[in-house]
Design a protein around this ligand. Sequence first.
Ligand code: SAM
Ligand code: SF4
Ligand code: SF4
Length: 335
Amino acid sequence: MAETDQLGRPVQDLRVSLTDRCNFRCTYCMPREIFGPEYQFLPQEELLAFDEIARIARVFARMGVGKVRLTGGEPLLRQGIEDLIARLAAIEGIEDLSLTTNASLLAGKAEMLRQAGLHRVNVSLDSVDNATFRQVSDVNVSLERVLEGLEAAQRAGLEPVKVNAVIQRGVTDDGIEDLAAFARARGYTLRFIEYMDVGNTNGWKLDDVVPAREIVDRLEARWPLEAIEPAYPGEVAERYRYRDGAGEVGVIASVTQPFCGTCTRARLSAQGELFTCLFASQGQDLRGLLRRGADDAELEASLRGTWAARTDRYSRLRAVATTSQPKVEMSYIGG
Ligand code: SAM
Ligand code: SF4
Ligand code: SF4
C-alpha cells in the first residue's frame, strides 16, 4: 500500500548515494578549498553495503517506489556497481533504474551497466567549452572523455541519454545556446537546472541563479519552442519541443518555481541516512537499524512512520527561511 505524507504526497522515487567521494571538484558542489587532500571521506565500512541498499529499496518498492536513481559523489567510483544494479533491476515494482554521473568513467562502463540492467543515465555537463568545463569541474579531466562517455551511453542504449546543466550567472550562462545546439545535434535530452542553495560550502547567492524563464526566452529567440504537457503528475522539468523537430529541451526551476507540492522523493545517503528533503539538516539512521538486526517488517514500519510524518517544503519556504541553517551537502546526498 502506498504511503502518503502530511501534505498528501506519496513516496515514489528513491535516490541512493553510493559514495561521498568524487574525482571532480565542481566549484559549486565540492570546492577544493574544503574538499582538499586533508578532507576525511567515509571509510568503506561506513558505506551501506549492496545488500543493505537492496533491502531498503525492496521495502520502498512495497511502499510504492517505482523509480530508483543511483548518485553520489560520483557513483561510478563505487567498485562493483554492476552487482548492485543487477540486484535493484530484479526488484518487483522498480520500473525505472537510472544513474547520475559526471561521465568521466562512463565510456568504459556503459555497456556493462546496460547489461547489468541499468535503464538510462543522466550526465551532468555544464558547458561544452573546454576552458569553462575545466573551470567548473576544477579537475584535470578532458571534456573529450565526458563526450566519449555520452556517446558510449547512447551506443549501449541507455536512453534517453539526458544531459543536466547547472547554470550559474557569470560562469556558465554564456554557453546556454552552445549546450542546446550540442544536445540537439546529438539527440540528447537537455535539462537546464537552476543553481540551488544546497549545503553550506558553495557560497550561494540569489544573484548567481539564472531563472529558468530567462533560459527559455533565450532558447526561444534562437529556436522556436512549443510547451509539452507533463508526462506524469509531479514531473519536475518544464518541457519544450523544438518546433523544427530537433527533439526537446527542459528547465528545472527549483528556485524560482518550487515544486514541493508534488515532491515524492526520498534520499538515502552513502552511509545510510534517510533524508526526506534535499535541504534537510538531519536524516534517519537506517544503517544503524539494519545493523542492529531489524527485520524487513521493522524496517518497513520505520520507513512508513518517517514518510507519514513528513512535512518538508523547503523551497516553498525559502523566501522566508534563513539560508544559514546547517544543511546536508550535495556531494553527500547526490541531488
Ligand atoms: N557526480 C554525479 C554528477 O555530477 O552527475 C552525481 C552527483 S551530483 C551531486 C548530482 C547533480 O547535482 C549534478 O548534476 C550537479 O550538477 C548537481 N548539483 C550539485 N550542486 C548543485 C547546486 N548547488 N545546485 C544545483 N545542482 C547542483
Ligand atoms: Fe562531483 Fe557531481 Fe559534485 Fe561535480 S557535481 S563535484 S561531479 S558530485
Ligand atoms: Fe522536495 Fe525538499 Fe526540494 Fe521541496 S525543497 S522539492 S520538499 S526536496
